[in-house]
Write a protein of this length. Structure first.
Lengths: 339, 619
């Protein structure tokens, strides 16, 4: 496929397969956002690989007109890591759900981040196992009632962002399935970031966990319960954008500008690039109750990238030793000649 | 001083170094091996080290051994040794069972104090008598004292001085076996390249050991070992694990596909990871992943991206990789899985050898998931079979499991470095502009071989496509749950593996060809079985020998070969896995079994006894 094409439309990333997610599933919107983000980035479909594990969201590669690999449960990060190391020129997406990525695949998830391999991890979080028809997941809230927890869970959930920072991740962004424009924005930012990126998508499972994010996504309250963070901009939110996030000792507080003496100057400016994850962690833990849930790019910090460092090390060692073949290398070792 | 020593000429001798695991026995053994190989001797080694990194000093559990056979007609490290070097009483106690009845012991007499004897759980103050050794067969050398004396002026501290005891022993056996020191010194120079003072000390001690032997005629006899003219060429000493790593690199060079290793440390396979990690100088990407599963999965990702992809492990790791291997089976991607077998089950005997993973390799996955299985026969054959595994994996688009083992993986032999282009070509079925039909689909197959094309992403001929672990339609490659299609795909994958038999060599029989009995083995037991068969034939007991290196599929002539014999004796280091496998395929074959599951290789003597027993009793 000799392709001189340098600009692309969302349609160029759509495969010919009919999409088989349930009607009303949040995955449809996320897929559309991904098509649009890839078109906006201008990465050719044949320079893109989409690698998934198992679960509803992991069907996504079939709907991308790129290289795609629907692998096994929990292992997408490991497969994607090998792929990126072999072909660092390719743009690599990993698609996982909260079960695939954080339960069975938890080890690969944290090590991909620690290693800082340049893959983009799209984490669909619907707080439920959908494909196995409704068991609680590692992100389900304590007390959550499901088929496998009929009396409510007696364990605490992961907050994905906390895992990301704990694993020394350098990029974390969040969006909500229905927020198409925010989704496109953070997906683009994830690809532009060099190193492992995590995008958490709050996604609604219309069949087994319908409305799980309603507290946040409900149209009536969404403006007051979410904040769109943008690097370099004031942390403002609310329907009238008159509320803001201010420092409160070592914590954060939501205030209304003009009330209780708070002014626009008190409102914090978002810095996604500061190496310390201290404030990023606090921002990511806001849950829509006392403080609005944060969407947008929360952390975007430059750091050495595994695949770059590997290529550099190989080039350096090859240059120094200058062997052209195995035979040449073997002959340079400890040998003797017969005959 | 005694008179001029008697010089004895031997076809082969077996030497065993033994001491504490910190005594440097492996280093002394390795240098002795290298020096001997360079003199034109055939060599075969067997490092026998404990699972503990540092057991209590002088204890029985901390004894480390290194056995080497040198000479002509050498196919094994030998059942028992002619000379045993024992650096302490524990080493003597643990290794005396490996000493030939007429063998001699060289013991460090400084390490036989009452406290040392106690640590080795001797109950009397005469360990030699307690072990039933004849006094005249034990040569007592004050190795510690002599090493200290040799380094008296070196300014080194006592601890550093004591670390050179192994090299004194090496010097002594170099005298005993008539090995010139120059080459040994070169080895020390390389080993201690960054520590010139340590090098100087060790070469001084080496000479001291040699001179001690020469001046005192310590053993009363010096051995000259026969050499034989091997094929002309440039040789190096190589372990099985290193040969495996190099075989992979050679296959990468011949196929033009970059080499990727995804691995996780596990005894006794880790040396493959070590070697390939060094080979960044040849562009190898060796990645230490977070676990065994990530090792195989990263390799599968690299394979989808177009690399020659490999994962290396031992039995427990193979178990963890099962699901991943199944993915490569259904995705029909090339993948080489190396299992350096060790004693099991579970953690088992991590440093010891067995052939107990055969069934796991053949069948240890969910669903109908056939893979190719091959097994190298010796340390140097690891190179050949690793190369073969890669060739089969790429040309047939399938996972291939290479069943090495701790014995051949750690053992070493002299290996001739192959010339450029001496190795066969490898032609991966890459999808390119010339061979890509307009209606190409990912699972279109070659009608003859049943092999699909490898559509490598990203270049100008790239064909974006989707693959995965779900069953696919035979024609379109799209997801399919159609019952009849599934059966068709199961059969297609099975047939693809069966057809590999067209590309592998026929089974060869060694022997007269008209014996009634055929001795059969597979993998790393080759040297012992071959030696046993040869010795039995020399002694008038007619027996032929066939050794399998291709396990699945079996060589095409297997049934025909087995049918020529009244009796087939399958000898293996497990409870009969290969015998069962052969019997399930060739019901008519009359199969007798010789099995051993002790974490140790066969001994030629015990094989001969068991074979004779089976033949004599018509078992």
């Amino acid at each position: 496929m000799k392709d001189e094409k340098t600009t692309f439309s969302a349609a160029d990333y759509k495969s010919d397969q009919s999409v088989r997610w349930c009607p009303g599933c949040g995955d449809h919107a996320i897929l559309n956002s991904l098509h649009k983000a890839m078109a906006a980035l201008g990465v050719a479909p044949e320079k893109t690989a989409v690698i998934s594990g198992i679960g509803c969201s992991s069907r996504l590669p079939y709907y991308m007109n790129t290289y795609g690999f629907h692998t096994i449960h929990g292992r997408a990060a490991a497969v994607a890591t090998g792929y990126k190391i072999a072909r660092p020129d390719m743009t690599v997406w990993q698609i996982s759900g909260d079960g695939d990525g954080l339960a069975i695949g938890g080890n690969h998830f944290i090590h991909a981040l620690r290693r800082n391999i340049d893959i983009n991890i799209l984490l669909f979080n619907n707080k439920i196992y959908g494909l196995t028809k409704g068991q609680y997941s590692p992100t389900s809230d304590r007390g959550f009632v499901s088929k496998s927890s009929p009396y409510g869970t007696v364990e605490d959930p992961f907050v994905p962002a906390e895992l990301v920072f704990g694993a020394r991740g350098h990029f974390f962004a969040r969006s909500i399935d229905v927020e198409l424009e925010t989704s496109r924005e953070v997906l683009e930012a994830a690809v532009r970031h060099r190193g492992a990126s995590v995008v958490e998508m709050l996604q609604n499972c219309v069949i087994f966990n319908n409305g799980i994010h309603n507290f946040i996504t409900d149209r009536e309250h969404r403006a007051d319960r979410t904040i769109h963070l943008r690097h370099g901009e004031k942390m403002l939110f609310g329907a009238d954008m008159n509320r803001g996030i201010v420092a409160d000792g070592f914590g954060l507080k939501a205030v209304t500008i003009g009330e209780d003496g708070w002014t626009i100057d008190d409102v914090l400016v978002h810095d996604a690039t500061t190496p310390s994850s201290f404030l990023h962690h606090q921002l990511a833990m806001m849950d829509g109750h006392d403080l609005p849930l944060a969407v947008g790019v929360i952390r975007d910090v430059e750091s050495p990238v595994y695949n770059d460092a590997l290529e550099e090390q190989i080039a350096e060692v090859r240059g120094r030793k200058n062997f052209k073949s195995l035979r040449e290398m073997a002959l340079a070792g400890d040998t003797w000649t017969v005959g | 001083m005694s008179s001029i020593p008697k010089i004895t000429t031997l076809d082969k001798v077996v030497l065993r170094f033994s001491g504490d695991s910190g005594d440097g026995m492996q280093l002394a053994g390795n240098i002795f091996t290298n020096v001997s190989a360079a003199l034109g001797n055939q060599v075969s080694t067997f490092p026998d080290y404990p699972a503990e990194i540092r057991a209590p000093q002088g204890s029985l559990s901390g004894v480390s051994g290194f056995q080497v056979s040198v000479g002509t007609g050498v196919h094994t490290p030998g059942d028992a040794c002619d000379v045993l070097v024992a650096m302490n009483p524990a080493a003597l106690k643990q290794n005396v069972k490996f000493l030939k009845p007429d063998g001699i012991v060289i013991a460090d007499s400084d390490s036989f104090r009452p406290a040392d004897l106690q640590k080795a759980l001797f109950t009397t103050d005469d360990p030699v008598a307690e072990l039933g050794l004849k006094d005249e067969r034990v040569v007592r050398v004050p190795i510690t004292t002599l090493t200290k004396a040799a380094l008296a002026d070196s300014g080194m501290d006592v601890k550093a001085v004591l670390k050179c005891r192994n090299i004194f022993a090496l010097g002594l056996v170099c005298w005993l076996f008539d090995r010139p020191l120059e080459r040994a010194i070169e080895h020390l120079r390389t080993k201690f390249a960054k520590k010139p003072a340590v090098f100087e000390a060790n070469s001084k001690v080496l000479r001291a050991g040699y001179d001690y032997g020469a001046n005192t005629h310590a053993t009363g006899a010096v051995y000259r070992i026969e050499t034989e003219e091997p094929v002309a060429g440039v040789y190096t000493d190589i372990t099985g694990n290193k040969a495996t790593a190099w075989g992979l690199i050679a296959a990468s060079e011949r196929s033009g596909r970059p080499l990727f290793l995804g691995s996780y440390p596990i005894t006794p396979a880790t040396d493959i990871l070590h070697e390939l990690a060094k080979r960044k100088d040849l562009g190898v990407k060796a990645v230490q992943m977070e676990d065994e599963i990530a090792g195989v999965c990263s390799a599968i990702g690299a394979s989808f991206a177009g690399d020659l992809a490999v994962t290396s492990t031992s039995g427990p790791g193979l178990a963890l990789k099962s699901e991943g291997i199944g993915l490569a089976v259904i995705a029909e991607l090339p993948l080489v899985v190396i299992d350096v077998q060790r004693g099991g089950p579970s953690t088992g005997l991590p440093t010891k050898t067995e052939q107990t993973d055969l069934m796991q390799a053949l069948y240890g996955r969910n669903g109908e998931s056939p893979v190719a299985v091959v097994a190298p026969a010796s340390p140097t054959d690891c190179f050949t079979m690793a190369f073969e595994a890669c060739k089969i994996a790429m040309e047939h688009m399938t996972p291939v499991i290479l069943l090495s083992d701790a014995f051949i993986g750690n053992g070493s032999s002299a290996w001739r470095i192959p010339d450029e282009n001496e190795l066969p070509a490898i032609n991966p079925p890459l999808l390119d502009a010339a061979n890509c039909p307009a209606d190409w689909k990912p699972y279109m197959r070659d009608a003859e071989t049943m092999v699909r094309r490898w559509a490598i992403p990203g270049d100008e001929h790239g064909r974006p496509h989707r693959i995965g672990g779900l069953e696919k339609d035979f024609n379109t490659g799209a997801i399919s749950t159609d019952p009849a299609n599934h059966e068709r795909m199961v059969n297609a994958r099975r047939e693809k593996i069966a057809k590999i038999a067209n590309d592998i060599p026929a089974l060869e029989v060694m022997g007269s060809g008209d014996a009634d009995t055929l001795l059969v083995g597979w993998g790393g037991t080759y040297g012992h079985l071959r030696t046993a068969a040869a010795e039995l034939n020399d002694e008038g007991c007619k027996i032929d020998f066939a050794h399998f290196r291709y396990i699945n599929p079996l060589p095409a002539n297997t049934g025909e070969v087995l049918s020529r014999y009244k009796r087939v004796i399958v000898a293996e280091l497990n409870t009969g896995q290969f015998a069962d496998y052969l019997q399930s395929r060739f019901a008519q074959a009359h199969i007798s079994r010789i099995n051993k599951v002790q974490g140790q290789p066969f001994m030629v003597g015990e094989l001969k006894d068991r074979i004779t027993e089976i033949i004599d009793n018509k078992l």
